[in-house]
Each structure stands twice: as structure tokens, then as C-alpha cells.
Design a protein around this ligand. Structure first.
Ligand code: 13P
Length: 250
């Protein structure tokens, strides 16, 4: 039985004071949750949010990390710096990193491998654009992102890996994939794991859905067989919308 996993990606929002205030509300509201929970504040708020969410059993996440361990990489943040702050999970290959900052599958794979080697958990994001969906290319695109993103990753490391299926056209647009459409892609992802890894991998891998997840659509999404959780953007920025999402199964 896979544990439900809900994560909040705060993107480039919140000052330290705003982040801590939200973190305190979440910790208070989620103390007894049976679900795995994570929030990824901006880098500047990580050290302040970490202690605040610990009481609620919420994991601290980073929205990105460098592909190199250290060195002359102005503006980058290394996996060890993140671990120093108590970060347990790194979101890698988010569509905004792929499409706005031109991160390649190769770079994303370097980050994934480095994170896993350093004992960090990873949420690897995959998903197609609207043009790719309309061209009937969803499985090819998602399959390529999985194959490239997880290249060199062994079966034993998969317990550190979560996949987030985030169709690019559904992110921040208010358009959600129907639960059935999302589930079909999640089923494809699970099938890909079955073909690529040992037999229990497909059963155990947690696949989150992301893209305009809200309190009023979470239950229908989570009812689907292959949807194990959510990666939430906009609705994770307020306790009044994120708490009901995290508590979808109360
Ligand atoms: P929204 O929930 O705002 O659509 O964002 C989804 C997302 O990109 C989470 O990583």
C-alpha cells in the first residue's frame, strides 16, 4: 500500500516572516496526518521554515539544486548546503526549470544522480506541453523524460524517488487534467517502471499529480488508482487552501 504524499511548492513567493507564519499554521493543522507531507519554500526561507514544520512532521524540500557538488558556480546552491539546512527532498526538473530556464534532460539527470548519491530524496517532475498533448505525444515525451532523468539510477535507489506528473498546460492555469486523463498517464508511468526496473518498482513508486490542484478537485484525483499524491503550487501558499488538500482523506 503506497502512502499518500502531498507536497507544496511555494515557488518564488514569501518573505521569511510570511513563510514562517504559514509554516506554523501548517504544522499546527497537520500534526496527526497519516500522509507524507513536504513543503518547498524559497531558498531564503529554508532555515527558518525547517524548525517550524518539524513539529507537524512535514519534510523540508528545496525547489531546485545545483548539478555540481561545489566550485565556481555563481548563484547555485549545492546539495550539501541544502542538507546542512535540514532539507530532505529536492524537486528536480520542474517544468519551469525545463521550459523557462532551459534545463536539459542531461542536466536534470546529473542533479538526480547527485541528489541520490548524497542521500537526498528527489521529486522528478515530468509532463508534456499542450502542443505535445495535441500531437498525441504524451507517452513519448513522458517516457523520454523518465528514461533520461533516471539514467544510471539503480533499483536500490528508487525508494528515494518520487515522480510528479505535471502537464505543463495545467500549471497555474486553472485547467486540471481530468482525473481519468491524469490516471492514464500515471498508469503509463507505472508501466514504464515495471518494464525498466525489478517487479516491485512499479507497485512501490509514488506518482504525484500537479497542475491546478485545489481543495475541490483533490478528492476526485486521489480516488484514481494510480494517483498517489499531489505537487501543489498556488493552493499551497495559504493554509486555508493547503490544509484541506493535505487532509483530503480525513
Ligand atoms: P499550480 O498548482 O499553481 O498549478 O502549480 C503546480 C506546480 O507547478 C507545482 O510544482
Amino acid at each position: 500500500m503506497r502512502q499518500s504524499y502531498v507536497a507544496g511548492n511555494w515557488k518564488m513567493h514569501k518573505t521569511i516572516a510570511e513563510a514562517v507564519s504559514l509554516a506554523n499554521e501548517l504544522a499546527e493543522g497537520l500534526k496527526r496526518s497519516p500522509n507524507k507531507l513536504m513543503v518547498a519554500p524559497p531558498f531564503t526561507a529554508l532555515s527558518a521554515v525547517g524548525p517550524a514544520i518539524a513539529a507537524g512532521g512535514i519534510l523540508l524540500g528545496a525547489q531546485n539544486m545545483a548539478s555540481e557538488l561545489e566550485g565556481a558556480h555563481t548563484g547555485e546552491i549545492s546539495v550539501r548546503m541544502l542538507k546542512d539546512l535540514g532539507v530532505r527532498v529536492a524537486i528536480i526538473g520542474h517544468s519551469e526549470r525545463r521550459h523557462v530556464y532551459n534545463e536539459s534532460d542531461e542536466l536534470i539527470n546529473q542533479k538526480v544522480q547527485l541528489a541520490l548519491t548524497e542521500g537526498m530524496e528527489v521529486i522528478l517532475c515530468v509532463g508534456e506541453t499542450l502542443d505535445e498533448r495535441e500531437a498525441g505525444d504524451v507517452e513519448r515525451v513522458v517516457g523520454t523524460q523518465l528514461r533520461a532523468g533516471l539514467s544510471g539510477v539503480e533499483n536500490v535507489s528508487l525508494d528515494q524517488v518520487t515522480i510528479a506528473y505535471e502537464p505543463v498546460w495545467a500549471i497555474g492555469t486553472g485547467k486540471t487534467a481530468t482525473p481519468e486523463d491524469a490516471d492514464a498517464v500515471h498508469r503509463y508511468i507505472r508501466g514504464w517502471f515495471a518494464e525498466t526496473y525489478e517487479s516491485d518498482a512499479a507497485e512501490n513508486i509514488i506518482v504525484q499529480y500537479g497542475g491546478s490542484v485545489k481543495p475541490d478537485n483533490i478528492a476526485a484525483l486521489m480516488k484514481m488508482e494510480n494517483i498517489d499524491g499531489a505537487l501543489v503550487g498556488g493552493a499551497s501558499l495559504k493554509a486555508e487552501t493547503f490544509l484541506p488538500i493535505c487532509r483530503f482523506n480525513d
